[in-house]
Design a protein around this ligand. Sequence first.
Ligand code: ACO
Length: 409
Amino acid sequence: MTTQTRVLEPEHWDEFYDRLERAFGGPADHAEERELWRGLTETERSLAVWDDRGIVGTAGAFSFRMTLPGGSLLPVAGVTMVSVQPTHRRRGVLTSMMRRQLDDVHEGPEPVAVLTASEPAIYGRFGYGTATLQMRGDIDTTRTFVRELPGMDAVRLRLVTPEAAREACEAVYARLVPDRAGMLARQPGWDRQALLDPPSGRDGASPMTCVLAEVDGEVRGYARYAVKLDWSPAGPDNIVKLSDIDALDPVTYAALWRYLTSIDLSSRISFWNKPVDDPLLHLFSDVRRCRLSFRDSLHVRLVDLGEALEARTYTAPVDVVFEVEDAFCPWNAGRWRLSGDAKGATCARTTDPADLALSVKELGAAYLGGSTLRAQAAAGLVRDARPGALAEASTAFAGDVQPWLPHGF
Ligand SMILES: CC(=O)SCCNC(=O)CCNC(=O)[C@H](O)C(C)(C)COP(=O)(O)OP(=O)(O)OC[C@H]1O[C@@H](n2cnc3c(N)ncnc32)[C@H](O)[C@@H]1OP(=O)(O)O
């Protein structure tokens, strides 16, 4: 099979997207969703693999800025729209696209690539490590209740359409971005993604609505949700399907949850993406009734290792030499000395003996402060050559706020 990989020409976007949809299976996107992705696609960063009959492979990248431990924003490549036609699988098309894409990112200004995976087993071979988890829940609101906090009754709630509330919600979101590693600053057009609500995606639920939470006239939080009717012979058991909930302070957050748990005729709240250390773990009277589960979310690839490790800060002083394996991006392989603390860091090549041996995948997993080096060592993935080095590095990389990716891409 002869194929050719080219940067996507804008006039081929429809074929590119049709092929992507076919590779994923299922029905075609609603027109509203398709137009959103058309507008967000950065064609000059998208790759199409062609054979003599058309496009057989797709891959794209978004130019994101992501919060790092310490609060700075790093330009990162958000890898997306990866697919290979069912007729062309397992012949190395994905590998060739990953090769070209990581070479392009290496030549550009972004030291890190990130993605969410359809299947987490795909990307480790290319050096991506699982850096964040997402928490899902299905709360039985007849059996668990939100704790009362002083001041909750002063929070005023107002129902508005998501469109009318867009700017106010975006202002809240923007203030939260620096507080948690893994959050993405909004790039132009991305505010529309949160409002996507095509009828075909509702699974029988109502259109999405938004509740704004105000204190002294200032919007301090919001939740976007839909309600799915479920009338059993015993009565109503509607489900509140929560898309987003964000607040600038604990009292507003608690007031929003109290509201959601008390919507008439409903007995469940389902949500699919909150941080694993979300305050809701402490807000509900019986967390077991929240029926929580966890899943991998953001996968991180350090493309330019030294630059990436210098871009973040470290919880505690660290001075260690890593022996890094990186078969797919060999420019990262070898020994690196990382010296840093809460103010900043340097990371440079060294000939000093190694303290810790690991692959770039483990460093990617630990990069945002979620998955610890110690836990990965316990799985045999990080090897300690100097006593104490593992504890030192693991403590320095970890944070007291768990990283989180707020939305898919
Ligand atoms: C960021 C995103 O967009 S995630 C979305 C990814 N896309 C999808 O899931 C859509 C459906 N799937 C597909 O389009 C394709 O099967 C892909 C893209 C996952 C794989 O494409 P292929 O061209 O078949 O992959 P390729 O032949 O380059 O395989 C490279 C290696 O990955 C392995 N691999 C490929 N797909 C998978 C998988 N789903 N799970 C585990 N391993 C996989 C191959 O076995 C091969 O392993 P090897 O190097 O040890 O031989």
